[in-house]
Every structure is written in C-alpha cells, then in structure tokens.
Design a protein around this ligand. Sequence first.
Ligand code: BDR
Ligand code: CA
Length: 315
Amino acid sequence: MKKRPFIIDCDTGTDDAIAIIAALCSPQVEVKAITSVNGNVNHGYTSRNNLDLVEYLGLDLPVAKGAVQPMMSGFVQVETTDLTHGRTGMGDLELPRASRSRFDSRIASQLIYDMAVELEGELELLVIGPMTNIAIALLQYPDLPGLVKHIWFMGGAARGGNVTPTAEFNIWADPEAAQVVIRSGIPMTMVGLDVTEKAIMVEEDARKLRIAGTREGEVVALLLEYMFRRRDAGGENALMHDALAFAAAVCPECLTFEENFVDVECRGQYTYGHTFVDRRKKTGKAPNVSVALGLDTTAFRKWLVDTVLNGVQRG
Ligand code: BDR
Ligand code: CA
C-alpha cells in the first residue's frame, strides 16, 4: 500500500506529542517532516521537543524550526506558568536531549514548500498549532495551494472557545495566519473544540500502552498520566485535541463532518480569533471547510490505543 505523505506542523505540547506518535505509528502514513511553531510553549521548547521525541523513538526524519512569533498578534510565549503542558511543553516528562545540530537547515515554510514541490500534489499537512508557518509558506509561494492535497487542522470551534468565550487557542494565537490558510482554497478539514473536548482518554488506555513495553507506548502512557494528575488538580482533562485532527485523516469513521463556509475574525473587539462557521448558511458563500462536529469517543480511544500499539513504522 502506498503511504500518504504528511508533514506535521505543531507546537509540542503534550497532546501534540501524542498526535505525532500516532502519526508515526500509523501504517497508512509516512511522516516526511515535523516543523515547529511558537504556541503552547516558546518556540525554543516546541522545536527541541520535536527533535528529542524523534530521536528517542530512533527515527531519522527532518525536524525544522519555524516561526518564533505570530504574523501580527504579538502573542509570544516566554516562560509559561500555565501548567496545561508543563514548563517545557512535555508535562513533567524529560526525554534525553538530542543534538541541536540535527535540526534541518531550512526554516519550516521553506521545508514545507520544498516537500510540496517534490511530492507533486500528494502532500498532506497536519496542522496542530498556530498556523503561522503555513501562512508564511502561502505568502511566499503563490503556487503552494495547488501542491497541497489536504490540510487537517486542530483549531477553532463551531461554538465556544478556550481562550475567550468565542476563540480557541490555535486560531486566537495567530488569527491573521489562520485567515490566510483558511482562505487559501486548499481542501481542508477543521477539527475544533466542539469535538476535541469529547476526545477524553482514561486510565485504562494508559495501562494498555504502558504494558506494551515499547518506547512509543511508554511516552504516550507517561503523557496521559501527567494529564490525569493535571485533571485531578483541577486542570484540563486528558483531551486529545491534536490526535483527533489526525484521526480525522485516517479514521474518519470515528467522526461526523459537515461542509461549511468558515472564516476567521481578525477585527472584533470581543471576538478576535473567532472561527465563523456558517452552519445556518446565512452568507450564501460556498463551503470551504469540512468541519468535524460529532465524535464516537469509544471508537476514537480504541483507534488511538491500537495505533500506538502498532508501533512506530520504520522504512
Ligand atoms: C490546542 O491548543 C493546545 O493546547 C493543544 O495542543 C491544541 O492544539 C487546543 O486549543
Ligand atoms: Ca497543539
């Protein structure tokens, strides 16, 4: 079976790390590269986390650094005190440090474009952090939309938000970038908070992964266990925001989708970073995004555990 080539653009991030591992373990997919962006934690940590993770799993694939700040919003993580993802982004997990000389010499936007050209329209992007790198690539290379097969992104919400009452973090952190990406014409699927807040893992899932005795099972189990402690201390539950965006690509039967016109609010006094999802079809504009709205949580949990139990796909 021909594997689908993916680049993962992320702000790793506890749940980003689990999404990366799921993709690395997925038999249908070949992860061609991982690129980082400022987001959950500072770009220095998100970049380092990707490299450390890839090296710990014994893989040799390009890992590139990306944008250190958003296009306009001014949101730059310095040293976070928000314990959602821990100080470094990996909860309390400390992986051995990989050599920084292993970073790809290209900046994320360049690497994404180069691979899109090389793969002649087959490349798919899993975008699970603020969309700055993708927007920069689109602004640099006007032919990029014709070279990307699909974007699967975690971001936004058809209703609600987690930073403001109407904005989700990945979109709020760089709304101008999200607007460029969503207006690009690339076929895309949005997996927003409406559904990711239902993608909750439980202790039994971590136990199954831990007893597998593999490095990937161990890392996911440790990250889940961190999330359970976080939940018990009053923080966010073990929500698989980012792994669910990947599930949309390879396990679409776990979710339900609706075609909608989507755009991003970049000007509102109270609604900055809001994803406008025209579910009532009031604008008359043609749908540009397939929006995930429903989730079979049990099927998703089983898919994620089974996928990680497959182990990392090498070669
Ligand atoms: C998104 O923000 C981060 O906390 C997660 O990694 C996810 O990508 C959820 O709002
Ligand atoms: Ca993320």
